[in-house]
Design a protein around this ligand. Structure first.
Ligand SMILES: [Zn+2]
Length: 231
């Protein structure tokens, strides 16, 4: 990046990190998840033309970069410091280190005893996840007329839920950070696998019968995947 001042305001000129040439016919600008600009361009377009194009798109590029920065701060790692954000059922709670014996949700704060470790917060969240997920599984088992063999809470950071060949259901404890509608979708998804192990048309039809808006929750899970890595 090149810094320049304009009317006393610092303007950041966003320049390409990489220019990738190929047989394509047009120039494409992509801001990746690191906030770097990657340019794809045809072989026959020279570098000064590319730079002119990049310069003309500066306002758009700045908007893209600030969206990346905002997305990154949304998933800050929890370090048990005052002010850290903990998500619980889709709501944000700010960590306040207090003289308390146990973790308490208080307004928009999560009061945490001094010197509590990440492992202790994880244990608390896991306990809440287990209690809630068991209730939601029981409820939807009745609604859907299916019975899972066993329900376990997992620490997997790669998947929100799974259903084994033997109908054992695993649900990630990180789900407790998600809104209830999202939790319900994962529960319904895995319970639907009891009678159908594939993701065929009939499977999605079954999910839609129970939760007609399931696509919204599916999309939420995709854009919030990084939640599984904050703690
Ligand atoms: Zn599935």
């Amino acid at each position: 990046m090149v810094l320049s001042t304009f009317n006393g305001i610092i303007n950041i000129m966003i320049i390409p990190k990489k220019i990738i040439r190929s047989k394509r016919k047009s120039i494409a600008l992509v801001v990746n998840s690191e906030g770097e600009l990657i340019v794809r361009a045809p072989y026959y377009v020279n570098t000064s033309t590319i730079m002119g194009f990049v310069e003309a798109k500066q306002n758009w590029l700045r908007r893209q970069c600030s969206a990346v920065v905002a997305a990154k701060s949304k998933f800050c790692n929890i370090t048990m410091s005052e002010g850290d954000i903990v998500k619980f059922l889709g709501e944000e709670y700010t960590i306040s280190l207090c003289d308390v014996d146990n973790i308490i949700l208080y307004g928009t704060y999560i009061k945490v005893p001094f010197a509590y470790s990440c492992a202790q917060l994880t244990a608390w969240l896991k306990e809440k996840a287990l209690a809630l997920l068991q209730k939601r599984v029981s409820y939807y088992s009745i609604v859907m007329g299916v019975l899972p063999k066993e329900v376990k809470i997992s620490g997997a950071r790669t998947r929100w839920g799974s259903c084994s060949f033997n109908n054992n259901i695993n649900l990630a404890w990180h789900l407790i950070m998600c809104p209830l509608a999202v939790i319900d979708y994962v529960v319904v998804h895995e319970l639907s696998h009891i009678s159908n192990k594939s993701h065929d048309r009939a499977f999605w039809q079954r999910v839609a019968e129970i939760l007609p808006n399931y696509r919204e929750q599916e999309k939420w899970l995709k854009t919030n995947r990084k939640l599984m890595e904050v703690l």
